[in-house]
Design a binder for this molecule. Structure first.
Ligand code: UD1
Ligand code: UDP
Length: 350
């Protein structure tokens, strides 16, 4: 089978790393990078570190407003597909690159498979929610990470082609986790003892693009007093600059880190504060308590199990949640055994 996979943003490289490795054992894949993320530390480093095949095509679209960015990707992906129509289009997650890939393929009657289908925040102000809903409704095969995601699809009348395969991010976290233990020296370089620090990330427009809300979150970080390691996403770096905000003294600012270093930081953190989807799950997989700086999450199982607390940007809620010491009594396996990619490739081959 000939497959075109479209990726463009950091978490998609991490997901594709696990799927491409298995897919290429028995099929031909052309990897299309939209260029949505382009800094070395947001893109090329992941291809090198995780041994992801170099993209066959890099569309080099770059940053811009949603309509412009998605439209440019759509036109460029369409050209790629028309030159050499594949048997399948494979898309990941919920970024503008995902929607552009799905829409380009749908218009050319190329069947689409979606990895990480069915997730919902039920918040249409998130650009990702629009991308997910539209992508899912264009797909022939929908690979859900959880039964909850499958239920969401059923509730929208999407039933054919849906299966629960587990989460490919778990595949990557387990596979590269072992490598991270051998290769990452970041904790030593930063003089960090295990469980002696908190780890934070922020990049949702709701948190970054509203300077008052961003300031509130930083004030809450200051109140936590413990060292907070903060690899700063470029969107957040731009927002901090724009608003002229300084980080509190207990916050250690880093450039975005590589995946192997990130896994090491996550595993050894006492607690993680984040608005990232992927990092909420990685926290869970590594049994690290998580505080989610959002009002809702797609990963509802982590909240129900008591490992993840939704606090929005409420400083008091952040401080109270961070006092947390005792882990919840149970840690069910919600996200699979690290073999989601195998199941996806098997099902695609049927
Ligand atoms: C995108 C995804 C989001 C995902 C995130 C992962 C959409 C709508 N959003 O958000 O779902 O969680 O990626 O990280 O697709 N920038 C750089 N260098 C880069 C990339 C971005 O400087 O390599 C800056 C630019 O100023 C850009 C801003 O970051 O305008 C935002 O980038 P963009 O890709 O539009 O959205 P993200 O916030 O990264
Ligand atoms: N990540 C990383 N370096 C960083 C921050 C995040 O390697 O400095 C990884 C993280 O471990 C996870 C993924 O990037 O696997 C999450 O991406 P992000 O938070 O950008 O997007 P989301 O998951 O929210 O879509």
């Amino acid at each position: 089978m000939n497959i075109v996979s479209v990726v463009g943003a950091r978490p998609q490289f991490i997901k594709a790393a696990s799927v491409s490795r298995i897919l290429r054992q028995s099929h031909t894949e052309r990897l299309v990078h939209t260029g949505q993320h382009y800094d070395y530390g947001m893109s090329a480093r992941f291809f090198e570190e995780l041994d992801i095949p170099q993209p066959d095509v890099n569309l080099g679209i770059g940053s811009g407003p949603h309509g412009w960015q998605t439209g440019q990707m759509l036109a460029a992906i369409e050209r790629v597909l028309m030159e050499q129509p594949p048997d399948w289009m494979l898309v990941y997650g919920d970024t503008n690159s995902t929607l552009a890939g799905a829409l380009a393929a749908a218009k050319l009657h190329i069947p689409i498979a979606h990895v990480e289908a069915g997730l919902r925040s039920f918040n249409r102000e998130m650009p990702e929610e629009i991308n997910r809903v539209l992508t899912d409704h264009l797909c022939v095969r929908l690979f859900c990470p959880t039964p909850e995601a499958e239920r969401n699809l059923h509730n929208e009348g999407v039933i054919d082609g849906v299966s629960v395969v587990g989460d490919v991010m778990v595949d990557s976290a387990l596979y590269y986790g072992a490598q991270s233990e051998r290769c990452s020296h970041l904790l030593t370089d930063l003089h960090l003892a295990p469980k002696s620090y908190l780890l934070a990330t922020l990049h949702r427009p709701r948190n970054t693009d509203d300077a008052a809300r961003l300031q509130t979150i930083l004030d809450a970080f200051a109140r936590l007093r413990e060292p907070i390691i903060f690899p700063v996403h470029p969107r957040t770096a731009a927002a901090l600059d724009r608003a002229g905000l300084a980080l509190p003294d207990n916050v250690v600012r880093l450039e975005p880190v590589g995946y192997l270093d990130m896994l090491a930081l996550e595993k050894n953190a006492r607690l993680i504060l984040t608005d990232s989807g992927g990092i909420q799950k990685e926290a869970y997989v590594f049994s690290v308590p998580c505080i989610t700086l959002r009002e809702e999450t797609e990963w509802v199982e982590t909240v129900a199990a008591g490992w993840n607390t939704l606090v929005g940007a409420d400083p008091q809620a952040i401080v109270e949640a961070a006092r947390y010491t005792a882990p919840p009594p149970t840690h069910p396996n919600f996200y699979g055994d690290g073999r989601a990619a195998e199941k996806i490739v098997q099902e695609l081959s049927l």
